[in-house]
Ligand binder design. Structure first.
Ligand code: 5BU
Length: 256
């Protein structure tokens, strides 16, 4: 199932306001590129945000791999997000009972709810996880993990289908999925990790696909690129190359 509706046409179909705000940014910057800033110091995280910021619609973080995280890091990140017009997606993959998820979202040392525009959740524990996120993250949009890019992932078709059903029950909060391509209706957005222009995988089960296949053929909307950009000697240039490849793939899909 590949959608040929444009992002302009899909914008009014999206119920969650963060999802709509994301599409406004995507259209304005002509970027459906998300960078996964998988580094371990706040200095590297912030310099990546500044370097690739102009090319991306979303910066994806793993706050818990930053060795020197403080509230000041998130404040600076939010400042850069405003400066370069991108959203912040904390890839926390909440998976617990609702009560614990609420504490994980708001508490600890990360205070994710204070600075993340987008968070994601596994559906393994049932709707309580999403209920907690939708209640305590009013200004946050939620993505459900419907498929994963890693080898041996247990997300069989029936599981992916359950994610779609659960999303429909929480459409005010959930505006999309982590999936390998388009798996449902055009009123949701599809985000795909495991994107690389050169490599086919890593030594720990990551499986890569190129932007054209992911977006034009498999019908995904947003490509998530980590090491393809992060490990490049010129991150600005790499981000620019990936932005163009992802946007051209989107245009190709519309034109097919
Ligand atoms: P890479 O360096 O492009 O392989 O990084 C991929 C990023 O996407 C990394 O932050 C992962 O945690 C994240 N990811 C993934 O690779 N595959 C998945 O199925 C999910 C997240 Br969900």
């Amino acid at each position: 199932k590949v959608h040929q509706l444009s992002f302009e046409q899909r914008l009014p179909l999206i119920r969650n306001k963060v999802g709509r705000r994301l599409l406004e940014i995507v259209l304005k910057k002509q970027s459906n590129l998300i960078v996964a800033a998988d580094v371990t110091t706040s200095q590297e995280l912030l310099s990546i945000a500044d370097e690739v910021g102009p090319q991306i619609c979303v910066l994806k973080t793993h706050a818990d791999i930053i060795q020197d995280w403080t509230d000041s890091v998130s404040e600076q990140l939010v400042h850069l997000a405003k400066l370069h017009h991108f959203l912040i997606f904390e890839d926390r993959k909440f998976a617990d009972i609702g009560n614990t998820v609420e504490l994980q979202l708001t508490g600890g040392i990360f205070h994710i709810a204070h600075w993340a525009d987008i968070v994601n959740a596994h559906i393994i524990a049932g709707p309580g996880t999403i209920e907690a996120l939708s209640r305590s993250a009013e200004h946050c949009g939620v993505l459900l993990l419907a498929q994963m890019s890693s080898k041996g992932s247990l997300t069989i078709p029936e599981y992916t289908q359950k994610a779609l059903e659960m999303a429909k029950q929480y459409e005010d909060a959930v505006f999309g999925f982590i999936s390998l391509g388009c798996i449902g209706e055009p009123n949701f957005l599809y985000f795909t990790p495991g994107v690389h222009l050169q490599e086919r995988g890593d030594s720990l089960g990551q499986q890569y696909t190129d932007p054209e296949t992911v977006i034009a053929v498999q019908g995904s909307d947003m490509a998530i690129v980590g090491r393809g950009i992060i490990q490049s000697s010129d991150r600005r240039k790499a981000a620019s190359t990936y932005r163009k490849a992802c946007w051209d793939a989107y245009l190709q899909r519309l034109g097919d």
